[in-house]
Design a binder for this molecule. Sequence first.
Ligand code: SAM
Length: 263
Amino acid sequence: MSTSDNAAHYAQLAATYDQHWSHSDAFVTWMTAGIVDALALRPHHQIIDVGCGTGLYSRRIADAVRPEKPVLCADPSAAMLGHLRATVGLRPVLASAEQLGGARPNSTLADVPLGSFDAVLVKEAIHHVAPSVRGSTIAGLGNLLTGSGRLLIIMLPTHIHYPLFGAALLRFEELQPDPVEIAEHVRRAGLSTSIEYHEFALTIPKDRYLAMVRGRYMSLLSTFDENAIEAGVREIDARHPEPMLSFPDRFAFVLGTRRTRAS
Ligand SMILES: C[S@@+](CC[C@H](N)C(=O)[O-])C[C@H]1O[C@@H](n2cnc3c(N)ncnc32)[C@H](O)[C@@H]1O
């Protein structure tokens, strides 16, 4: 999707984004614990959540870690950022990963100095960075880290087991970057790198899931027109006569740790 298609997608999705996940507080709690653990977050850490969206996870991280300094919440979508609300402990930054990583110019990043973050989180946003600038963007995000800081990129693998319609699953596989390639960019940025996969067993009422598909809860679904979405909903409905849909939600956690530089 182009940058303007993305912006339009998230402007439309912003109002309902959190509702899509409100059915599974257990999932959000599980994911938050995984983030806190992988980034080894502590109250004195300076944290930035890049592609934070509505701040769903930034807010939960702040609740779990009680950071002394505000969590910076960066996103290029003003509509998504608008849902941060006036949450104490979260500070919005209207910027893309490319701008923060220096691959695109931006004049409002005085708040985001190089070498000052203990933790940089990019959750389900790296696929929005064009392949041509992914390497430089990731290197730039690495430059935001302190001498012992961590960069965590959370993303879906290239193959997912969601109960989506066939054409959507195929398109997902065409578009989704491979976590191994992302890990290679992190390694080239000079960080010690690892990939772990974490899986959560989701169960969602079918009606609710079909409403999420109609609401284009994944950006990939915005590439289908109304007729294709309705045909897709009928396909899912026919393939799954059961009232509850159960499927694994699997994520790659690509972790980069800055090796302490000799002084
Ligand atoms: C799937 S949402 C994930 C939001 C949040 N991280 C979460 O997990 O709930 C993707 C977010 O990435 C943002 N985004 C789109 N293009 C981006 C870019 N180039 N850099 C950073 N974020 C981007 C969108 O505006 C959207 O808020």
